[in-house]
Design a protein around this ligand. Structure first.
Ligand code: ASP
Length: 408
């Protein structure tokens, strides 16, 4: 008798993840040899991101029909994004103040941590620059659309999609219809590519995780345990409690069904550290949860670029942690400043790996905490990035459920 084991894709991806960690631990840096498999998978799903964001957001906007509804849905979505971002930072700040992960270190230990983390980190501190808030806002408007596409500038691409999607509702129907039908076909084709790429997911995830674990080692993943535990505890608390509440009360969906339905997207978010790369899989999960493309195509691409609850929470904890390490007291106004800056910083962060630590510079500068403090957290950055990306994606998925309910 032939025994046939039929596992679902999320199970296979999860098994890939676990095997990847084991392979990384056993082979250490040598695990890098299988990285190309992961890179191929990553490139396959990244390849569709720019066209997907543009086409699906344009169709989502045009599909809403009239401009008043676009505006209303846009406002609701933005309102939800801003509310959840502020909520997430508040959770982060409360925990950081309660746990005080950064206090009580002797200067000697502090110096040692700084040295090892700088040596082990893969990010060059010198390259981190402070993007100005005003620049982020002005540069949303592209002067050259082609450049926006070739550079993969997500905020600019979103701007183009929103503006085109909106004007398609304002021109005569017989002119708009053929282009929208064409784009709809293109959209289907893009999603098909995602389905094909997902067949590779378990192997891709295995390879990606093996090389990360091999490169950084568990010792690094677990350095700065208290800080990392505060961030992870906050992320878990926020992601599970708030999103379950939002999905159940505002979205009228069973939270278990929700989390079950989106687990593929969460595993991909964890292993790619990129909300943008997770986008195709996330939209696909929402399809299966019965969320119409009318809503998911609008909320998800927008959210992958501007709504990052996990990143915001992480920035709140990190800012307070670094301030505690340096013994800099942060009062109420300082904390409020963190809320404001981390909101902007998470909007400005692109949905790619390590974007959040770069915009954290903006927060630290504003509250007058030494940027050298970043060296302390760079060692655990990659792992925290994986975790916060999952939370970013969960926030957007839950928002899609809520918006569908509000609009229906
Ligand atoms: N990697 C995160 C994301 O793509 C952004 C960040 O670095 O916080 O959602």
């Amino acid at each position: 008798m032939k025994l046939k084991l039929k596992l679902s894709l999320p199970t296979k991806i999860f098994i890939g993840l676990v095997i990847g960690i084991i392979v990384g631990l056993i082979f250490g840096p040598k695990a890098k040899v299988i990285e190309p498999i992961g890179t191929i998978f990553l490139r396959l799903i990244t390849l569709v991101v720019v066209p997907l964001v543009f086409v699906s957001l344009l169709l989502g906007t045009a599909g809403v029909g009239d401009i008043k509804r676009v505006g209303r849905m846009g406002l609701k979505t933005l309102g939800y994004f801003i509310f959840t971002t502020i909520l997430a930072i508040t959770v982060g700040l409360l925990l950081a103040n309660l746990v005080k992960p950064g206090s009580g270190l002797s200067q000697d230990v502090q110096a040692r941590i700084q040295k090892t983390t700088v040596d082990q980190s893969s990010i060059d501190l010198q390259k981190l620059q402070k993007p100005s808030t005003l620049d982020i806002l002005i540069e949303i408007i592209p002067t050259n659309p082609v450049k926006a596409f070739t550079e993969g500038n997500m905020l600019q691409i979103i701007f183009l999609a929103l503006i085109f999607g909106t004007v398609f509702t304002m021109i005569p129907k017989n002119k708009a219809e053929p282009i929208l039908t064409f784009l709809d076909g293109l959209n289907e084709a893009i999603i098909k590519i995602v389905h094909i790429a997902m067949k590779l997911a378990p192997y891709g995830v295995l390879a990606l995780i093996a090389s990360v674990t091999g490169k950084f080692g568990v010792s690094v993943l677990f350095t700065l345990f208290k800080y990392a535990a505060t961030v992870i505890g906050g992320l878990l608390l926020y992601a599970i409690v708030w999103n379950s509440l939002a999905v159940a009360s505002l979205g009228k969906m069973n939270p278990f069904a929700f989390f079950r339905g989106v687990r593929e997207a969460l595993l991909i978010a964890f292993s790619t550290s990129s909300s943008s790369a997770t986008l195709p899989v996330a939209i696909d999960c929402l399809d299966r949860l019965g969320i119409s493309r009318q809503y998911s195509s609008f909320v998800m691409p927008l959210g992958a670029t501007i709504n990052m609850d996990g990143t915001a929470l992480y920035q709140g904890v990190s800012a307070v942690f670094i301030a505690q390490i340096y013994g800099i007291p942060i009062g109420i106004d300082g904390q409020l400043m963190i809320v404001m800056m981390a909101t902007l910083a998470s909007i400005g962060a692109a949905g790619v790996p390590s974007a959040g630590i770069i915009t954290l510079v903006m927060v630290l500068k504003q509250i007058g905490v030494p940027l050298e403090g970043l060296a302390l957290i760079l060692g655990v950055e990659r792992f925290l990035d994986m975790c916060r990306t999952m939370v970013n994606v969960t926030g957007n998925l839950a928002c899609s459920v809520v918006i569908q309910r509000w609009e229906k």
